[in-house]
Design a protein around this ligand. Structure first.
Ligand code: ATR
Length: 281
């Protein structure tokens, strides 16, 4: 597709953005659909965020993704923040509608879509245990609560954060927190375990957040860590007969949802998956 004066500009702002997989995946997706769109990775220091948003507004960007450390700070610089982003407490995608900049969050819905398409799981019958209470846990917890799961239990190393997130999610689902160090019964009863902490991430690939002997065949284990593709936790889960759900799925579907918002077209998900798999291997 030709790049010319009509080309729509999209991209990513973060700091640092060095190893982002998004530019390759998104530019390939635009090419696959024959769209004259461009996705640029922009390293924006925290003190330059307001200038960057003003600049992207002036340059007529169609939209962009937002990553660490700007996901919270950008909320005050936009014209409107949608409910998903407000409740998750972070914006990961900006969409220009007319001359207004709208903030949204596609992480939670991206997670649910990936879970449904890749495991076929019915969320309404799940007893969920979420490990972690940071940004990723907030997005996934909100989406699962809205999807109507039976129960959510949050466990986090810093217990006060688990307590706070559980209380927030109680508005949409039965939700409580459990002690990080006393998870035996909770894991045994869980049908969906969602690992949202950074434990097991490259280079610390032998690390595992819970005692693997608690994992069982009646559960699906979902790990948001995507590097390595199969974490130690997922290996242990598979060895015990549990179904596994890989972290790359959320990355893929949150990007596909952003693509749809910017272009008004279905995202070429399989093409994007191939590009992502290639860049992760
Ligand atoms: P993200 O946006 O990826 O969720 P975050 O908001 O910084 O990142 O959250 C990181 C999560 O991983 C937190 O739940 C953190 O636990 P604490 O709240 O106790 O810090 C968890 N985490 C990170 N390293 C961990 C470790 N070694 N053991 C257990 N939990 C860990």
């Amino acid at each position: 597709m030709e790049i010319d004066s009509e080309t729509e500009k999209t991209g990513l702002i973060g700091h640092p953005i060095g190893h982002s997989k998004s530019p390759e995946m998104m530019n390939e997706a635009f090419r696959a659909k024959g769209l004259s769109y461009l996705y640029l990775a922009c390293d924006v220091a925290p003190e330059s965020l307001a200038d960057a948003v003003q600049g992207m507004r002036a340059l007529g960007f169609r939209g962009w993704n937002v990553t660490i450390p700007h996901k919270v700070a950008i909320m005050d610089l936009l014209d409107h923040v949608e409910e998903s982003a407000r409740e998750i407490g972070a914006v990961n995608t900006v969409v220009r509608e007319g001359d207004r900049l709208i903030g949204t969050n596609t992480d939670g819905e991206g997670y649910i879509r990936s879970l449904l398409r890749e495991t076929g799981l019915d969320p309404t019958s799940q007893r969920v245990l979420i490990l972690g209470a940071g940004g990723a846990a907030r997005a996934v917890g909100y989406a699962l609560a809205r999807a109507g799961v039976q129960e959510i239990i949050i466990a986090n190393r810093t217990e006060s954060k688990a307590e706070r997130l559980a209380s927030h999610l109680s508005r949409w689902a039965l939700c409580r927190w459990a002690r990080w160090t006393e998870l035996g019964d909770t894991v045994r009863k869980a049908t969906l375990l969602v690992q949202t902490t950074s434990v097991g991430m490259h280079p610390d690939i032998e690390a595992i957040p819970i005692d693997p002997s608690l994992l069982h065949a009646g559960m699906t284990v979902s790990d948001l860590v995507y590097h390595p593709r199969e974490t130690k936790l997922l290996q242990e889960a598979r060895a015990r007969g549990a179904a596994v759900h890989f972290g790359a799925g959320m990355l893929l579907y949150q990007a596909a949802l952003a693509f749809q918002r910017w272009t008004g077209r279905e995202a070429p998900v399989e093409q994007m998956r191939r590009t992502l798999d290639r860049s992760l291997s």
